[in-house]
Design a protein. Structure first.
Length: 125
C-alpha cells in the first residue's frame, strides 16, 4: 500500500505536505446516480508548532511570530464511471486560502489564494 505524501491532488499541485502539520477536516460523498459521484472535502491546516517550517516550501519563522495557521482548503471531485471497472472520468477543483503564516512571511507579496482545476481519465484493465 502506498501512502501519498501530500493532501489533495499530486503532481503539479502539492502545497500541503504531511510534515510538521496539524490538520482537521470533513469529507462528504454523494452518489448522484449509479455511475456518478461527488466528493467534497474541507480541511484546516496549521503548523504543528509556530517555529516549524512549512513542508517543502522552506518557509520558517524561527522566532514563531508568524503564527501556525496555514489556511483552509476546499476540494471537490466529480467522477463519472463511464465504463464501470474500466473507464472513469474526473473533474476536480481545489481552492486553498492561505492565512496569517503566509501573509507574514511573504510580507504581503505572495498570493493568499491558490486554485487548481483538473480533468482526469482513469483507465483500468
Amino acid at each position: 500500500m502506498h501512502v501519498a505524501p501530500i493532501f489533495g491532488q499530486t503532481s503539479i499541485y502539492g502545497p500541503i505536505w504531511r510534515t510538521n502539520l496539524s490538520s482537521i477536516g470533513a469529507r462528504a460523498t454523494f452518489n448522484l446516480y449509479p455511475q456518478l459521484n461527488l466528493i467534497a472535502t474541507l480541511r484546516d491546516y496549521d503548523l504543528a508548532s509556530n517555529k516549524d517550517s512549512w513542508g517543502s516550501t522552506g518557509w520558517r519563522d524561527g522566532l514563531g511570530m508568524s503564527g501556525k495557521d496555514l489556511g483552509q482548503q476546499l476540494e471537490a471531485r466529480l467522477r463519472w464511471n463511464a465504463i464501470p471497472g474500466n473507464l472513469a472520468l474526473d473533474a476536480g477543483l481545489t481552492w486553498l486560502s492561505s492565512a496569517q503564516f503566509v501573509e507574514k512571511l511573504s510580507f504581503g507579496q505572495a498570493s493568499t489564494k491558490s486554485r487548481l482545476f483538473y480533468l482526469q481519465t482513469v483507465l483500468s484493465f
